[in-house]
Design a protein around this ligand. Structure first.
Ligand code: AHM
Ligand code: MG
Length: 338
């Protein structure tokens, strides 16, 4: 008997009576938008939807047509749901604050609509990442201050990876579950029950073209991996789509690193809609996620688009990383000196 993602969420929500179906209604907005995006990606070469637009987004990056489509699909599918108070997207400079009647509008949804979109033209995996918070109280100033919450406050997080098959992975803080889109019925069907990240793996994943500008502790750690000092022989795997690199790490173990570099001294990946949701999933599956200075989920954000160094993976490699750069606390000083 199949279990769809909707059934799964509804069953699990019975354990959280206060949610009363609202979370499943929200997630159905996300699954609908990602199915719309998936159908475009699937036929990308046949539609006039590949390639860049002639402008850049708030990050200063060239927007692809599919970035815009995926963003509009999420804004629309979530914007019509009453329980959504605000939407924060990589593609929008400001949060979209939705006018709601008193008492409704209690969730903030943060997302990267199409992660790794520079890979889309060459038919390589891309993804959508999302994170859901409860609004502590109505954002009185209509601005972003009330939605800047640390990752520990996430009530749900997940991603969809568009690859040879389309897979949705999510957590509500009670384990990690994966669903494969069955194109015959148009539903995400449970395929990965209670995912546990292996305690160690055989791969490390980093853009080594930047290695000369990594802080010394990162270079030192990567040298250790290559020299077999962790007791095994490692291979490198780097897709350049965070969702895909993370999905492999979740299922196969190992470590993914996006360190500070010369061009991105504070790291390249975004805290709210890239690092936080994946860190939540990693921890829920037995893994560890750090900025090299502190646990990702403990970081108090100051900007919706802020970036962070991001290191995530299996407990064995992550423990070795943290020992190599010093304790979590002292890594701060080590990295500042580097
Ligand atoms: P984006 O496509 O949402 O802008 O995401 C940034 C991407 C990540 O998917 C990936 O991990 C990283 O940038 C790759 O960066 P680089 O090409 O510098 O290695
Ligand atoms: Mg991204």
């Amino acid at each position: 008997m199949i279990v769809t993602v909707q059934q799964h969420i509804l069953q699990r929500q019975q354990q959280f009576p206060e949610a009363r179906g609202r979370l499943s209604w929200l997630l159905s907005g996300i699954t609908l938008a990602t199915k719309m995006t998936e159908s475009k990606i699937r036929r990308a070469g046949l539609l006039d939807i590949l390639g860049p637009l002639n402008h850049t987004n708030v990050q200063g990056e060239v927007q692809q047509k599919l970035d815009v489509y995926a963003n509009q699909a999420l804004l629309h599918c979530l914007g019509v749901r009453d329980s959504v108070a605000a939407l924060v997207s990589e593609e929008n400079e400001e949060p979209v604050m939705l006018e709601r009647s008193e008492g409704s509008g209690e969730y903030v949804i943060v997302f990267d609509p199409l992660d790794g979109s520079s890979n889309i033209d060459v038919n390589v995996n891309v993804g959508t990442i999302f994170s859901i918070f409860r609004l502590p109280e109505r954002a009185k100033d209509g601005g972003s201050s009330a939605i800047l919450q640390p990752g520990t406050r996430q009530v749900a997080a997940g991603y969809v990876v568009y690859g040879p098959s389309t897979i949705l992975v999510y957590t509500t803080g009670n384990g990690v579950f994966g669903f494969t889109l069955d194109p015959a019925i148009g539903a995400f069907v449970l395929s990965h029950e209670n995912i546990r990240m292996p305690e160690s793996g055989n791969t490390y994943s980093v853009n080594e073209a930047n290695a000369e500008s990594f802080p010394a502790p990162y270079q030192h750690f990567l040298r250790k991996l290559r020299m077999g000092e962790l007791g095994r022989k490692y291979s490198s795997r780097y897709i350049g789509s965070l969702v895909a690199d993370f999905h492999r790490t979740l299922l196969k173990g190992g470590i993914f690193l996006y360190p500070p570099t010369a061009s991105h001294v504070g790291g390249k990946l975004r805290l709210l809609y890239e690092a936080n949701p994946l860190a939540f999933i990693a921890e829920q599956s037995g893994g560890i996620a750090t900025s090299g200075r502190e646990r990702i989920l403990d970081i108090q954000p100051h900007d919706i688009h802020q970036r962070t160094p991001f290191v995530v993976g299996s407990s064995a490699e992550m423990t070795a990383f943290l020992e190599s750069v010093g304790s979590v606390g002292s890594a701060h000083e080590v990295l500042d000196r580097a």
